[in-house]
Structures are given as structure tokens and as C-alpha cells.
Ligand binder design. Structure first.
Ligand code: ADP
Ligand code: TRP
Length: 321
């Protein structure tokens, strides 16, 4: 079984990225051949600063390796080190109906927000389809917001196979229901672009402040809170604390007497502890960037070997040389 996923280097990674995508992906490393990459081509649709792209790409590599991606078991690479994927994007684009892309939620949301579209941003799901299909991927672990893009990939693959004969493996999205949508400090979906994210790594003081800024209601500490399980800090605590600890705070909130400030302080401690090992590992990696670059270079060689074969299969099927 081949497992594939990617993440854009468009900003600092946060708890939504970690629990929605990175942790499930890292846990799947033992379940098959895992291919994980940093989607730097995709980041070009919305980030236009070359130095920033380079820096973010390195940061994502550090974050992933620190969190437990094991290059001995997983092929870890930069998307743009496998330029074959851009040729496949063209090929797939020619069997992709406009309507399929126009129906994508992320397209419609961006349109509604008045974001002006470049061609790359519109074609984003086609590049994503090429990413998935070029590695004969079976399973794609992602957060809920990427599900539709994997469905689009399936539609494109089926269309191509019908048109030109059996060529591509049809992939399945894999979404963990319990972390499909990690909330941010304002209760909306946590996202780099909403300013509501709690990062995985960063300065302790800054992150403490973020945790303390989690939105609460105006009820007094004494009031019982029968809806304690809906509390944002409790929801996040369930991700980063041992179940008994999270239950303890939920119960205290439910009966009344626990102030929101104390709850958030406890959440911060659990969160800080949860990533302690990864933080130490990340500091080691920062001191050894040659190793990190070598991991990506080795990954690119392995990824390219698969990608070039699948691309040849596709070229042949559609009558290119
Ligand atoms: P962002 O919304 O911060 O820009 P991306 O779109 O780059 O995040 O998402 C990268 C991966 O992380 C995707 O698989 C996505 O589904 C997952 N992800 C992002 N935010 C969340 C969240 N709040 N909850 C669950 N998964 C998320
Ligand atoms: N679009 C994904 C995101 O923003 C990143 C991505 C690019 C991806 N190509 C992919 C995810 C292929 C899974 C498979 O999160």
C-alpha cells in the first residue's frame, strides 16, 4: 500500500496541521510505503516571496522530522525536486472539466472573499491530482478541508482511465473524524490564514499568550457549565493531555468553580509538555541542517524514480512519444 500526503510551506505549522494531517501521516509510516512532501509548487499560488518560500520549506522539513517523520521508513521530499509532476499536471488538465474545478469549496470560498485568481490557483487541484497519481498512491491522509480535492483527483483519474485506458490507481482520502477540524483560538477552524492558530513550535511567551487568548464566554467561574465538552480549551486539551487529565478539567468546569484563566494555564502546560521531546529533537536538527538537506535530497531521488515511471505510463497511454 502506498500512502501519500503533502503540506504547503505557506506559514508556520500549527495544531490543526499536526493533529489533522502530520500525526495521522506519521502514524501511517509503518502501514505501507509512505511518501510525504513539501508542496512548494502549490505555495506559489499565494506566496510570492522567494526567500520566504525557501525559509518556510526548511521550517516544514524541520517540523516534520522533529515530530517523528522517519526518513529511514518514509520518502520525504520537496515537490519541486520532482518536476515530472508539472508535466503530468498538464496532461491531467486536458481531461479535467472546468466545472469540476469551479465546484471546489476552496475555489468558491476564495472567490467569495474577493481573492483575485491566477491560473495556478484555479488549477491547484489538478496539480494536487498529479501529486497523488504520479506515485500510484492508494491512501491520502488529510484533514477534512482537503477531502474534496482527493475526490476531484479520483474523478480526474477515472476520466483519464476511461479516455486512454487503465493507467492510474484510484486513491482514497483518509480522514480521522476526531481531528477532522481542530478549532483555533476564536473557535473557527484553525488556519494559518485566519490568525487564530497555535503553532507547534515557537517562543514560549508568545505561545502562552496565544493559549491565554482562547475565546471564552462571560459566565462566572462559580457557575456550573453543563456544556463543558463544548469549551474550546477543553477540546484542545483532549488533544494534548492524557485522557484522565482532560476529563478532570472537564468535570471541574461542569460542576463550577474552575476559572477560565486557570483552565487555560493548565492547557498551556499540557501542550508545552506534549511537544517537549519534539522541541528538543528540533533543536538538534537546527544544529545539523546538512542532515536535513541530505534527507530531502535522498527523498527526491527515490520519489523521482517512481514518478518518472508513472509519467512514462501516462505519456504512452495518451499517445505522446
Ligand atoms: P491552513 O488552513 O493553516 O493553511 P493547510 O491548508 O496548509 O492549512 O493544511 C495542511 C494540512 O493540515 C491539510 O491536510 C489540512 O487538512 C490539515 N489541517 C489544516 N488545518 C486544520 C485544522 N484546523 N484541523 C484539522 N486539519 C487541519
Ligand atoms: N493541498 C494540500 C493542503 O493545502 C497540500 C497538498 C498538495 C496535498 N498536494 C497534495 C495533500 C497531495 C495531499 C496530497 O493542505
Amino acid at each position: 500500500m502506498r500512502i501519500l500526503s503533502g503540506i504547503q510551506p505557506s506559514g508556520t505549522l500549527h495544531l490543526g496541521n499536526y493533529f489533522g494531517m502530520m500525526k495521522p501521516a506519521i502514524e501511517l509510516q509503518d502501514k505501507g510505503q509512505a511518501y510525504y512532501f513539501i508542496a512548494d509548487y502549490h505555495s506559489m499560488t499565494s506566496l510570492f516571496d522567494p526567500a520566504q518560500r525557501r525559509e518556510n520549506t526548511l521550517e516544514v522539513a524541520l517540523d516534520f522530522l522533529a515530530c517523528g517523520l522517519d526518513p529511514a521508513r518514509t520518502v520525504f521530499f520537496r515537490q519541486s525536486d520532482v518536476p515530472e509532476v508539472t508535466e503530468l499536471t498538464w496532461i491531467l488538465g486536458t481531461v479535467t472539466p472546468m466545472g469540476l474545478l469551479e465546484r471546489c469549496h476552496s475555489y468558491k470560498d476564495k472567490l467569495a472573499k474577493g481573492i483575485s485568481f491566477n491560473f495556478g490557483l484555479f488549477a491547484y487541484p489538478v496539480l494536487m491530482a498529479a501529486d497523488i497519481l504520479i506515485y500510484d498512491s492508494n491512501v491520502v491522509p488529510v484533514g477534512q478541508d482537503q477531502k474534496q480535492h482527493v475526490e476531484v483527483t479520483r474523478d480526474i483519474a477515472i476520466k483519464f482511465n476511461e479516455q486512454y485506458g487503465q493507467t492510474f490507481v484510484i486513491p482514497e482520502p483518509q480522514i480521522r473524524a476526531e481531528v477532522a477540524k481542530v478549532p483555533g483560538v476564536d473557535g473557527e477552524k484553525m488556519s494559518k490564514s485566519y490568525g487564530n492558530a497555535i503553532e507547534i513550535f515557537g517562543d514560549e511567551k508568545v505561545l502562552r499568550k496565544k493559549v491565554m487568548s482562547i475565546k471564552m464566554d462571560s459566565r462566572t467561574p462559580q457557575e456550573p457549565k453543563p456544556d463543558a465538552d463544548q469549551n474550546l480549551a477543553i477540546q484542545l486539551m483532549k488533544l494534548v493531555a492524557p485522557p484522565a487529565v482532560a476529563q478532570h478539567y472537564e468535570d471541574r468546569l461542569r460542576v463550577g468553580g474552575l476559572g477560565y484563566g486557570d483552565l487555560k494555564k493548565a492547557l498551556f502546560e499540557c501542550y508545552w509538555e506534549y511537544f517537549a521531546t519534539a522541541r528538543a529533537r528540533r533543536a538538534e536538527l537546527v544544529a545539523n541542517l546538512d542532515y536535513v538537506n541530505q534527507v530531502l535530497a535522498d527523498g527526491a531521488v527515490k520519489a523521482r524514480a517512481v514518478a518518472s515511471q508513472v509519467l512514462q505510463r501516462a505519456r504512452k497511454a495518451c499517445g505522446l512519444s
